[in-house]
Design a protein around this ligand. Structure first.
Ligand code: NAD
Length: 327
């Protein structure tokens, strides 16, 4: 197949591109190269590249020409940034998804929307199933839910061959150092504070990026039209993850600082993945193996993350954490 991968220079998208190329597919990457997009993530990987915005129909038409399917990773993807300002989230995650849907509808090709467990909101007990109502808590998860709902409406109204995956908190190599694991690993390696929101007892499922990409590939190749597929991970609370990072980096436990919590912070996500498992999906990496390997990768690849941390991410970090850490 010839597949358009939007956001293919980001964290999960770049792993997915490598996976498709390895399977013999032709890949066109459309990426705006925002702060988190990095062409170096695809170094040595054969693909066609178009720099541009998924919310621009002209750009999408050029990039998507001749493609048999679209997999949409392109998004503003960080909750804390969405709280600082949601405009770009609405533009990319809602309007951008609309533009891709319009193209896929006219071209009559499959569109896979890469979504998140966050659209379900808090789950105190049990696990979210695909039919559960969406109760997003942050501007980020609300904008992703907006994308999901459009996909389902296009399937119903126009007969679009669309489907959705909803993955858990993903971690692994090449993740921009703003989310919990890469931020804390790189801070720990540098002897900097680890700012834990609130009591740190928020629970998440952690999913290795390769297992997440396997889930998306399976949905692309074998999922049914209109299907929604959860892909969960192993549940841990943030303090447990932080503790393991301290052990693996050998950093001083006194680096942990409890700071003012994120507004609207969901306490727990948990996914029922049985639908995807019925298609044959199984996680291949335990959290323990995955975190050991990920810490080792960040230890070895300062050349990748040091330029990021001294540039854009430093400005964001100051805005997000300086007052919290001083308080
Ligand atoms: P990321 O921020 O690393 O990558 C996003 C990519 O999209 C970047 O390359 C960026 O340049 C590109 N992009 C942003 N706006 C664009 C636009 N308007 N047009 C074209 N390209 C644009 O994010 P990620 O963590 O790799 O997440 C990828 C997708 O997976 C997102 O849709 C996200 O919602 C979803 N997801 C992420 C996680 C997670 O834990 N990281 C979990 C579940 C789902």
């Amino acid at each position: 197949m010839r597949i358009l991968v939007t956001g293919g220079c980001g964290f999960i998208g770049s792993h997915f591109v490598k996976r498709l190329v390895g399977a013999g597919d032709k890949v066109v990457v459309l990426d705006k190269l925002t702060y988190s997009g990095n062409v170096d993530n695809l170094e040595g990987v054969e693909h066609a590249f178009v720099q541009g915005d998924i919310a621009d129909p002209g750009v999408v038409a050029v990039a998507a020409e001749g493609c048999d399917a679209v997999v949409n990773f392109a998004a503003e993807s960080h909750v804390d940034r969405s709280i600082l300002g949601a405009g770009e989230f609405i533009r990319t995650d809602v309007l951008g998804t609309h533009v891709l849907l319009e193209w896929a509808r006219q071209a009559e090709v499959r569109l896979v929307q890469v979504s998140t467990d966050e659209v379900y909101g808090d789950v105190a007990d049990g696990a979210s199933r695909e039919e559960d109502p969406l109760r997003p808590s942050s501007p980020y998860s609300a904008s992703k839910a907006g994308g999901d709902l459009q996909v389902l409406a296009y399937v119903r109204t126009y007969g679009l061959d669309g489907l959705i995956t909803r993955g858990a908190n993903t971690y692994g190599p090449f993740q921009y150092p703003e989310k919990l694991i890469p931020l804390f690993v790189t801070n720990a390696l540098d002897g900097e504070a680890l700012p834990v929101y609130g009591d740190g007892r928020q629970r998440r499922e952690w999913l290795h990026v390769e297992d997440h990409c396997a889930a998306i590939e399976l949905a692309l190749r074998e999922g049914e039209t209109g299907g929604i597929y959860n892909a969960g991970g192993e549940e841990r609370d943030n303090l447990e993850v932080t503790q393991r990072i301290l052990e693996l980096t050998g950093a001083d436990p006194n680096l942990v600082r409890h700071v003012e919590d994120r507004p609207g912070h969901d306490r727990r996500y948990c996914l029922d993945s049985s639908r995807l498992e019925a298609l044959g999906w199984r996680r291949t990496r335990s959290f323990e193996d995955g975190i050991v390997e990920t810490v080792a990768w960040y230890r070895d690849r300062r050349d990748w993350w040091e330029p990021i941390k001294s540039g854009e991410s430093r400005r964001y970090y100051e805005q997000q954490y300086a007052a919290r850490l001083a308080g």
